[in-house]
Design a protein around this ligand. Sequence first.
Ligand code: GLC
Length: 536
Amino acid sequence: MTLSEKVIYQIYPKSFLDTTGNGIGDLRGVTEKLPYLAELGIDMIWLNPFYPSPQKDNGYDISDYMNIDPVFGDFEDFDQMIARGKELGIEFMLDMVLNHVSTEHEWFKKALAGDKYYQDFFILRDQPTDWRSKFGGSAWAPFGDTGKYYLHLYDVTQADLNWRNKNVRQELFKVVNFWRSKGISGFRFDVINVIGKDKILKNNPEFEGKFEYTDKPITHEYLQMLNRETFGQDENAITVGEMSSTTIENSILYTQPERKELSMVFNFHHLKTDYKDGNKWTKAPFDFQKLKHLFHEWGEKMGQGGGWNANFWNNHDQPRALNRFVDVKNFRVKGATMLAASIHLSRGTPFIYMGEEIGMIDPDYDSIADYKDVEARNAYEMLIKQGKSEEEAFDIVSIKSRDNSRTPMQWDNSTNAGFTRGEPWLKVGKHTDINVKKDKDGEIYKFYKKMIDLRKSEKIISEGSYKPALEDAEHIYAFVREYGEQRLLVLNNFANHSVNFKIPQGFEKAEVFVNNYGSYESETLAPYQSVALLAK
Ligand code: GLC
């Protein structure tokens, strides 16, 4: 099976299934639910970090790259998980966090103790720049009592690594090769387009430093080295780079097969269409025209440039898409299937985030104390400092927090939604009436299953080209896929009311190929209706 026919499912292990009762999901929990995922039809599972970590950023602050945190299990559990996956035709993709380590990692500890060899593993300066951390505050912190500062683009406990140092690169390549030796050939590289920092770092007042470290040309060289020294040696390797504020031009370069960098990239532009003036910590409805334009631009240009996208609506860093892009109160089910069609029928590899296949939504917590994420906590404080009332600040955090998607997976309607028999590390959401027991074989799940099947059986979906359609439509996101003689028009109504449109030339007599409603009336789409019309 080629990459274009595969669908990847993301599991946040901490919140998937707890088999020990400690309130934290574990690898055995993943193994236990593999048959459920095999039935859905997915090919690969991306697992968020389960390595030893102080958990300041939920495992993205790694203190030991080549180990498993005992709260998640051990190597025996890991091997069993891989073996069971193999039996069921499911592979695994591991999360490689190579931009930074926890300040509890021995490299940082040795550096702090004065070891010069390890000091050169980090980015230390006498004078900090004006860069801001992605989680708020300065991106620099005092390096012990040396008078120097170390760079941390994320939390103060996540120290950026100095990729300019060959020894650092070699250590990181060893990490990837270690997991390859455990039978892994899929890798998701965390914030990989910020690894390339210049020798001389400059202030960047307008953009908080962003363009001084994002998509630097040297990043491409590092990725080519990483590819050559590690996964590039596996014929079937599948890799995805998480690209912070990237451009189409760079994403084409990252993914053109002949450049030997990565298989595909995640970009986040479409998930910023509900940020007021580019600021996440605001409350604003999403801008549909902007969203549509972004999808069109990326779909078309990545295709023309021979690049490959990873397409997704949800992940562990995003509130649930159903709460953001559809009228979830009135049209949760149709909204969910429409969102699915809009990316599963598009060009690129679709990712499904756990719970998406049953239409899980944000938790609707009542208190700020329910939010655990470092980013949400910092943001709440910042909003209060800016003069917002507690209510206003809570309101914003509750719609924007990353915890919205990190809540425990809902397996049934019992206490803690069947996630744990203990106290869950993060409170279960309120809407446990949405759960696997009830919704497996429901409308949303069945539609996802169908989307996955179609990608495997229809070349036009896996391989077809992408062209924007109905570009001026007020509420419809439409595109045309082409493969040989076939043409598929995909229409998605993003409005909570019916809309009319003029059928594009050549599709007047096309057959209805996909429909998330029972019927389709020519040139009309019902609320959140998705229809794909096939012309031969
Ligand atoms: C990525 C991860 C996110 C993490 C950050 C820092 O964006 O997806 O969860 O906080 O990198 O590692």
